[in-house]
Design a protein around this ligand. Structure first.
Ligand code: PAJ
Length: 289
């Protein structure tokens, strides 16, 4: 595995791989690699002849300097994970490698979907994400890029950017990796104390209850939202930010489940902000029977 901080080197290596006939698989991350990132790498490795991963804690997407400073940085361990997963190229730039002229002045507007949910709670978060992902796509060039459904709104916005701006990349969504008890694996989980980690389970349990209710025929999004809010609200260590049930295509809140929908939650547990989501599979045929 080659490790580089040079943008020019990434461009050359990916161009060379494509010239040799390989499909380039790309896994953008902020490091502190865990089983969720590994699943993306494994998928890329199984589908592509050349696999590139980036590790860059992107300052553009953090609102609070405190959150950026607290973000875990574990490069030695990450290097080992990438190597064992069969990654070919590890791009680990520093701020000056990515932004030699300082913070970019021209950025990507995430549009209306970017203002909802995570975008409402974290102003400019998705502008920061899309701007850096666009920059990375320009360096890597035509590729299959792998993203987790854990960050479903981010995935939707990246797909939208790829579509609207004709980016020569394919954004591929991969299922959320969970701990055995259901907690979605996240780099932030290491900051949870034991009681906080127990409280954090209320998010995945609330979502599982919502998915289960839909499976049993519940169609009212209000009922689902209320039940999720009740479950997370019952946890003294969790402070609810939002519960939502949205149409997968528009990301607008729905009143009834009548097509592809997703339930999403965000909450602060201690000092850590957690998000999770689940697809709500509504079997329309079942309703007709
Ligand atoms: P990061 O949080 O490091 O996540 C990198 C990728 O791993 C994202 O696509 C994310 O959805 C995925 N991921 C995280 N936890 C996961 C889990 N439990 N199961 C499956 N996939 C998971 O997301 C970012 O970095 C940044 O916003 C980035 C896209 C790199 C832009 O800076």
């Amino acid at each position: 595995m080659e490790v580089t901080g040079s943008a020019a080197r990434v461009r050359d290596a990916c161009d060379a791989a494509r010239s040799g006939g390989a499909t380039v698989g790309f896994v953008p991350t902020m490091g502190a690699l865990h089983a969720g990132h590994r699943a993306l790498l494994d998928r890329a490795r199984s589908e592509c002849g050349f696999v590139a991963m980036s590790i860059f804690v992107n300052p553009l997407q953090f609102g609070e300097a405190r959150d950026l400073a607290a973000y875990p940085r574990t490069f030695e361990a990450d290097h080992g994970v990438a190597e064992r997963a069969g990654c070919d190229l590890l791009f680990a730039p520093d701020g000056a490698d990515m932004f030699p002229n300082g913070r970019p002045e021209v950025t990507v507007d995430p549009g209306p979907i970017g203002g909802r949910l995570e975008g409402a709670s974290r102003p400019d978060h998705f502008r920061g994400v899309l701007s850096v992902v666009a920059q990375l796509f320009h360096l890597v060039g035509p590729c299959r890029a792998y993203f987790g459904e854990k960050d479903a709104q981010q995935l939707a916005l990246i797909r939208r950017m790829v579509h609207d701006l004709d980016v020569p990349a394919e954004a591929i969504g991969c299922p959320t990796v969970r701990d055995p008890d259901g907690l979605a694996v996240s780099s932030r989980n290491v900051r949870l104390s034991n009681p906080e980690r127990a409280a954090a389970l209320s998010l995945s349990r609330a979502l599982a209850a919502a998915a289960n209710a839909v499976g049993q025929g519940e169609r009212s999004a209000d009922v689902l939202r209320a039940e999720m809010a009740r479950r997370i609200g019952a946890e003294p260590l969790a402070r609810l930010d939002y519960v939502a049930v949205v149409d997968e295509r528009t990301w607008e809140e729905v009143t009834e489940i009548g097509g592809p929908a997703r339930a999403l939650v965000a909450a602060r547990v201690g000092d850590v902000r957690l998000i999770d989501n689940v697809a709500l599979v509504w079997d329309g045929d079942q309703a007709a029977r």
